[in-house]
Design a protein. Structure first.
Length: 191
């Protein structure tokens, strides 16, 4: 998957070529509620820890808006979520339930999607960008605030410290319009 995009990226940035020799997949999650919940669970956690909490959540809660609402705060906490993340999931469930997030996201531009999502407590730019990638399958997203991506760029370019936003934007601008593909490769490479 992404052979054309990987070839394009390798031609635009020879340094990136070394991380592109891997199998990449992107299977967008069509359930927008589930996708947002998963991104919230993953916020600021290592992958293995986030996966354990996610698995416990799936074992204990029917992952749809009404299921999360009826499960309630304590059940979400018992699955391993912090108090704040439990509140965030309940807020997202309420927003889907009452129609606040009743949008045709597929027809919206990236910035419009981000603007709508960050209105909700607990959803910042990173979470919205994960939604763009893993739910909508957008191919030109690079999450500048993602620690793993910043660490991968630092390693790839031999930088002494984690790159700042301006430096990341300069480096990743040559990856347009396939920054998502580069992100997927970098995540896989740095893991």
């Amino acid at each position: 998957m992404f052979d054309k995009e990987k070839k394009y990226l390798a031609e635009r940035d020879p340094k990136l070529k070394q991380v592109l020799d891997c199998k990449l997949e992107l299977k967008p999650i069509s359930d927008h509620f589930r996708s947002i919940c998963q991104s919230i669970v993953w916020q600021q956690l290592a992958g293995k820890a986030a996966q354990r909490i996610w698995d416990r959540l799936l074992d204990n809660v029917e992952l749809e808006p009404s299921g999360v609402i009826s499960a309630g705060f304590e059940t979400l906490r018992s699955a391993g979520l912090s108090g704040r993340k439990a509140e965030y999931l309940l807020g997202v469930a309420q927003a889907f339930s009452d129609g606040t997030l009743d949008h045709d996201f597929a027809q919206m531009g990236d910035d419009d999607v981000i603007d709508e999502l960050v209105k909700l407590r607990g959803i910042g730019r990173w979470t919205a960008e994960m939604f763009l990638i893993f739910s909508l399958g957008r191919l030109d997203v690079f999450a500048n605030d993602d620690y793993g991506l910043r660490k991968a760029v630092q390693k790839l370019y031999g930088l002494e410290e984690l790159p700042k936003k301006a430096q990341l934007e300069e480096i990743t601008s040559k990856w347009e319009p396939y920054r998502t593909v580069a992100s997927l490769a970098l995540w896989k490479w740095i893991d």
